[in-house]
Design a protein around this ligand. Structure first.
Ligand SMILES: [Zn+2]
Length: 319
């Protein structure tokens, strides 16, 4: 069994378990170092040697972002139906049943309430290991409900995206999720609640074309592929060589499509601080400066501030 998997992995596949194949050791995609699989999980699924970011399972993502014990799951009551009686290599319901059993959830998304460094949020996390994180009716509906309930409960919305695009087995219904999620986010805008997105590898297709890129602040993880159509499709269409790093997070940051690229270990703190700023709250007091640094601040206190002069001027002008 283990041997068989070893050989299968040498071929590039679109398997749902690409990121976490069995075996104790893994050869890093970034630096080719041998990584002990347990170390990878303990290191937030980033390479301890080179920092390469692997795709992260949903539960680990929620553990990383939510304050301990605060996550309250909302999603899970909706399951996909088969309105088109779709059959490709197998009937859609059978495919779903298999993936549902493996991933332990009805569709490619988890939503729920949590706090992040004490800030009340609603988390929406996509599961790329569930049918490539494809967005069908259930994913769209769960996002819409999460956005609307976040607005009702005065919580910020934080969405972590990972998706191969629309779920083709639901045809036009999956395309309607672009409009549905977009409209639902309006509820947050109306109440001036922050909506922040974290784009992870890969965020593509209809998800990129809808809620992923509508955040008030759009962050991405290092080297994440973010696109509508993938690089191969574009290259075949325009018949030109694509620039280095095309459609990767760092490239898109330079082009102004993202607000920042944030390493996974720094994400929670960055998001919490952004949410505080967007909600008009103070950032927590900074860590006490070390001895020696403190002395520099003293002379500034005696210096006249603009405010101390302003009232006099105003009075004289008014009189
Ligand atoms: Zn590495």
């Amino acid at each position: 069994m283990a041997l068989e998997r070893w050989f299968r992995r040498s071929k590039p596949t679109r398997s749902d378990e690409d990121a976490t194949p069995a075996g104790l050791w893994l050869k890093c995609d970034g630096c080719a170092a041998q990584i002990y699989r347990k170390d990878l999980a303990q290191n937030l699924f980033t390479c301890p040697e080179c920092g390469h970011h692997y795709r992260m399972p949903v539960d680990a993502r929620i553990d990383m972002l939510a304050d301990e014990g605060t996550f309250e799951r909302w999603s899970g009551a909706l399951a996909p139906t088969d309105p088109l009686a779709f059959v490709d290599t197998e009937p859609y319901p059978e495919r779903m049943e298999r993936v549902q059993e493996k991933q332990g959830r009805p569709d490619a998304i988890v939503t729920g309430a949590a706090s992040m460094e004490g800030v009340p949020v609603v988390l929406v996390v996509m599961d790329f290991f569930f049918a490539g994180g494809s967005m069908g009716s259930v994913v769209g509906e769960e996002i819409a409900r999460a956005a609307e309930r976040a607005a009702r409960e005065n919580r910020a919305l934080v969405a972590v995206t990972a998706s191969g695009g629309a779920r083709m087995q639901e045809g036009a219904l999956s395309l309607m999720q672009l409009a549905k999620t977009t409209v639902a986010l309006e509820a947050l805008a109306e109440k001036r609640l922050p909506y922040l997105t974290i784009l992870t590898d890969p965020t593509t297709g209809g998800v990129t074309a809808s809620f992923a890129t509508l955040g008030d602040v759009i962050l991405a993880e290092p080297d994440a592929l973010i696109c509508f159509a993938g690089p191969r499709v574009i290259q075949q269409t325009i018949k030109q060589d694509l620039p280095e790093g095309f459609q990767r997070a760092e490239f898109l940051l330079k082009k102004g499509m993202l607000d920042d690229v944030v390493p996974r270990a720094a994400l929670k703190n960055r998001v919490a601080n952004l949410l505080r700023l967007l909600r008009g709250e103070r950032l927590p007091d900074r860590v006490e400066p070390e001895e020696g640094v403190e002395e520099l601040e003293a002379p500034l206190e005696d210096a006249p501030t603009p405010e101390s002069k302003a009232p006099e001027e105003e009075v004289s002008r008014g009189a």
